[in-house]
Design a binder for this molecule. Structure first.
Ligand code: AHM
Ligand code: MG
Length: 333
C-alpha cells in the first residue's frame, strides 16, 4: 500500500481543490505535531508522572488534571511562533490568548479543548484533543473575544485527535473527512481512511442515562422509544454506548453510525448542557456534517448558532442524519 502522509495529503488537497493555502497547512501541521507530543505524554501515564489532579480549577469551575494543563501548554507553545495565527482560545483558559508581539501575526484563529474526556485520563480510557479554526476579520489589529464570535459555519477547518489503542487524527477542511493514524515508530501521520461517511440510520445511541430524571420531555420521549426496541413505535432494537469522552463516542459514530446526545436539562437553565459550543460542539458538528451526518442543539443547526460567549454551553445532538432529524422534530412538536 502506498503511504500518504498528512503533509502530502494537504499539499495534494490544495492542488486539487484550493482549500488549504500554505498558512493553513502550516497551522494544521503544527496542531498535528502538538497532538503527537500530547499522545506521547498520555501514553507514558504514571511513568511520565502526568496523571492526577493539578488541584486548580478552570473557568468552568472544573478541577483540572495535570494532563489538561500540560496539553494546553503544548498547544500554546507549538502555535505561538509560526506566524499563522492571530490568537488562540482554549477550554482551559478564561480569556483569549493573542499571539505575543515578538512574533508575526497571521490571519487564523485557533480554538481547542486540549484534552477532552478528563474523567477518563486517570483510568486509561480513550481521550482526545478537539480543535476549530476560524479566520480573523479583515483589518483586525488587536484580537479580542468578540473576533471569535463567529458561527460554526465559518470554520475553515476542524478536527480531533483521539488517544486510544491507536492515536488518530480526524480532519476536515470543508471537503470531506479524512483520518490519519500515527505511525509511532516513524513519528508520522499516515492517511488511513478517506472520505468517512456516517450511515444515515443507526441502532446505537449515546447519552448519559444517569441524568434522565432531569431531562426535558422530547429527550425522555425519544430515549424511551429507543429503549422500547422492537415492540415500541420505532420497531427496532437499539444498543447503548457511553464512553464519556466525546472524541471517542464521535469517532465510533463516524465509523459505524449512531447518535450522540448531551441535552440541556432542568438543572441549570443558564448553563444549557455540558458541552461548549466554540471548541467542542462546533468542530464536531462540522466534521459530522462533512461526513453526511447532522448536528443540532435540538432546535437549530449547530453551525448556524451565533455565539455570544467564548465558553458558552450548548445542548448537542449529532450523528446519523435520520435520528438527529427525529430528535430535532420532537423538540419542535
Ligand atoms: P471535559 O471537556 O471536561 O472533559 O468534559 C467533556 C466530556 C465529554 O468528552 C463527554 O462526552 C462528557 O464530558 C461526559 O460527561 P459525563 O461526565 O456526564 O458522562
Ligand atoms: Mg472537553
Amino acid at each position: 500500500m502506498k503511504r500518504v502522509s498528512l503533509t502530502q495529503h494537504l499539499v495534494e488537497e490544495q492542488r486539487l481543490n484550493n482549500t488549504i493555502p500554505a498558512e493553513l497547512r502550516l497551522l494544521i501541521e503544527v496542531v498535528a505535531r502538538a497532538c503527537k507530543t500530547i499522545s506521547h505524554a498520555v501514553g507514558k501515564g504514571a511513568l511520565g508522572e502526568v496523571l492526577g489532579s493539578a488541584e486548580t480549577e478552570n473557568v468552568q469551575g472544573e478541577v483540572q488534571k495535570k494532563l489538561d494543563i500540560l496539553s494546553n501548554e503544548i498547544l500554546l507553545e507549538a502555535n505561538e511562533w509560526g506566524g499563522h495565527l492571530a490568537a488562540m482560545a482554549s477550554e482551559e483558559m478564561e480569556s483569549i490568548h493573542p499571539i505575543p508581539n515578538r512574533y508575526p501575526m497571521g490571519e487564523y484563529m485557533l480554538l481547542f479543548d486540549p484534552l477532552d474526556g478528563s474523567s477518563n485520563i486517570d483510568v486509561n480510557v480513550s481521550i482526545g484533543t478537539i480543535f476549530s479554526v476560524l479566520k480573523a476579520r479583515e483589518g483586525m489589529t488587536t484580537p479580542t473575544e468578540q473576533d471569535f464570535m463567529q458561527s460554526g459555519s465559518r470554520q475553515v477547518a476542524a478536527g480531533y485527535a483521539v488517544y486510544g489503542p491507536q492515536t488518530m487524527l480526524v480532519l476536515t477542511t470543508g471537503n470531506g473527512v479524512n483520518c490519519f493514524t500515527l505511525d509511532r515508530e516513524m513519528g508520522s501521520w499516515v492517511l488511513t481512511q478517506r472520505n468517512m461517511m456516517i450511515p444515515e440510520d443507526t441502532q446505537e445511541f449515546a447519552i448519559n442515562h444517569s441524568n434522565s430524571r432531569h431531562w426535558h420531555p422530547p429527550v425522555t420521549r425519544y430515549v424511551n422509544e429507543m429503549m422500547a426496541g422492537k415492540t415500541g413505535v420505532l420497531g427496532k432494537d437499539f444498543n447503548m454506548r457511553w464512553i464519556a469522552s466525546m472524541v471517542a463516542d464521535v469517532h465510533r459514530i463516524l465509523n459505524r453510525g449512531g447518535i450522540f446526545m448531551y441535552p440541556a436539562d432542568a438543572r441549570e437553565p443558564e448553563k444549557p448542557g455540558k458541552l461548549r459550543l466554540m471548541y467542542e460542539a462546533n468542530p464536531m458538528a462540522m466534521i459530522v456534517e462533512q461526513a453526511g451526518g447532522a448536528a443540532t442543539d435540538g432546535n437549530n443547526r449547530m453551525l448556524d448558532i451565533e455565539p455570544s460567549k467564548l465558553h458558552q454551553r450548548v445542548p448537542v445532538f449529532l450523528g446519523s442524519k435520520n435520528e438527529v432529524e427525529r430528535i430535532t422534530r420532537y423538540h419542535q412538536e
